[in-house]
Design a protein around this ligand. Structure first.
Ligand SMILES: Cc1ncc(COP(=O)(O)O)c(C=O)c1O
Length: 378
């Protein structure tokens, strides 16, 4: 028996992505070559770019393929210091390490003041306070950038990206959002949401690992993150990962096209998990806003119960019982001191279960039964 409830860490590859990748493996040309074999490879890359742009309501030229979400996040912040000349960076202590560690690097090595936007015990950020600070910088002619993730990968908290983008637009501030957990999971319309940068990672929606893209708003001046050839219109050097891009595109298109019914189905699985956990373990708490169906991402639920989490062995016990989930984010699960997100909320701990289009209510019931058996054995 195996239950995979760690979809915020990564997802299984879909049949659509696999088929597109197998087909692309026979196209061996270099997309930069102008001969027929090269043009075939180029056609794959450009067709994927167009399909993604159409679904995000943006221009194909605004999609730059990268080696995943971390690279896109790093590039956005590097652009802030190198090309925008920012003096202030506003971010959160609850960001994924792809942003958090780069912000710490900037703080140490550059003449930029990094500010951490205050949040409450549920991880909800003070956007009104942020607006005041940005207005002050605008009035004194200082350049500011905001980097705030759309959905937190550990607790699922959603930021109102439309409202945030309006604040940034009104105050002349740059905006980057780590949208890795919401790309192909929530509708995103980049004509309406005026971010300068957004990040995508293929393996979060049943595509391959090591491939993703940065959305870079037209007119945003950037130097490449990787120096070299003229690939990706000079934005990102290196021969394109054609097979990976083919898989990313097929997974992205499929998930966006099926999004409405997937959201409905996965929401039902999550609502069921909340209800059965509450009934089986009275007093169970949900970290952050993850227990709120409206204010958190429908794929993420992070729970804590003193009996279950006493001794800190729950995830290990779940693993030996065939359940794969996470104590925080995959990147921090083995880290000394545990999850910076749960620590930041002052939470005593938690288990993150995260769902995909392949998760079922039956699996949730089996999961809760396993939790009951673990408690009964203590
Ligand atoms: C919110 C968030 N940002 C960034 C990343 C990094 O993406 P990648 O694994 O493609 O580098 C992840 C993946 O764990 C994530 O969940």
């Amino acid at each position: 028996m195996s239950i995979y409830f760690d979809n915020a860490a990564t997802t299984p590859i879909s049949a659509e992505a696999k088929a597109a990748m197998v087909e692309a493996m026979d196209v061996f040309g270099n997309p930069s070559s102008t001969h027929a074999e090269g043009r075939k490879a180029k056609a794959i890359v450009e067709t994927v770019r167009k399909g993604i742009a159409q679904r995000l309501n943006c221009l194909p030229a605004e999609i730059i393929f990268t080696a995943g979400g971390t690279e896109a996040d790093n590039w956005a912040l590097l652009t802030g210091i190198r090309d925008f000349g920012i003096q202030h960076l506003y971010t959160s202590a609850l960001e994924h390490h792809a942003v958090k560690h780069f912000a710490e690097y900037i703080e140490k090595n550059h003449d930029v003041q990094v500010h951490y936007i205050p949040h409450d015990a549920q991880g909800v950020h003070d956007l009104a306070g942020l607006q005041n600070h940005l207005e002050r910088h605008q009035a004194s002619g200082e350049v500011a950038m905001v980097s705030l993730m759309h959905a937190n990968n550990e607790i699922g908290n959603l930021v109102d990206l439309t409202a945030l983008s309006r604040i940034c637009e009104a105050t002349g501030s740059y905006l980057h959002s780590d949208t890795v957990q919401t790309m192909a999971h929530l509708p995103l319309d980049f004509k309406a949401i005026k971010v300068h940068f957004a990040a995508c990672s293929g393996h979060k929606f049943h595509g391959p690992k090591g491939v993703g893209f940065a959305y870079v708003r037209q007119g945003t001046t950037t130097q490449p993150f990787i120096q070299g050839g003229a690939q990706e219109r000079g934005h990102r050097a290196g021969t394109e990962n054609v097979v990976g891009i083919a898989g990313l595109g097929a997974a992205f298109n499929h998930c966006v096209d099926e999004m409405e019914s997937d959201i409905q189905a996965v929401k039902e699985v999550k609502a069921h998990a909340i209800a059965v956990l509450q009934s089986a373990f009275p007093g169970v708490q949900f970290n952050g806003m993850s227990g709120d169906m409206e204010k958190s991402l429908y794929t993420v639920l992070n729970f804590y119960h003193p009996t279950l989490h006493e001794g800190g062995m729950l995830n290990f016990q779940l693993d030996i019982n065939g359940v794969q989930c996470s104590g925080g984010s995959a990147c921090s699960s083995g880290a000394v001191g545990g999850s910076h997100v749960l620590n930041g909320l002052g939470s005593p701990g938690g288990t993150r279960i995260s769902f995909s289009r392949y998760s079922t209510k039956d699996e949730v019931d089996q999961f809760v039964k396993i939790l009951q058996d673990i408690v009964a054995q203590v």
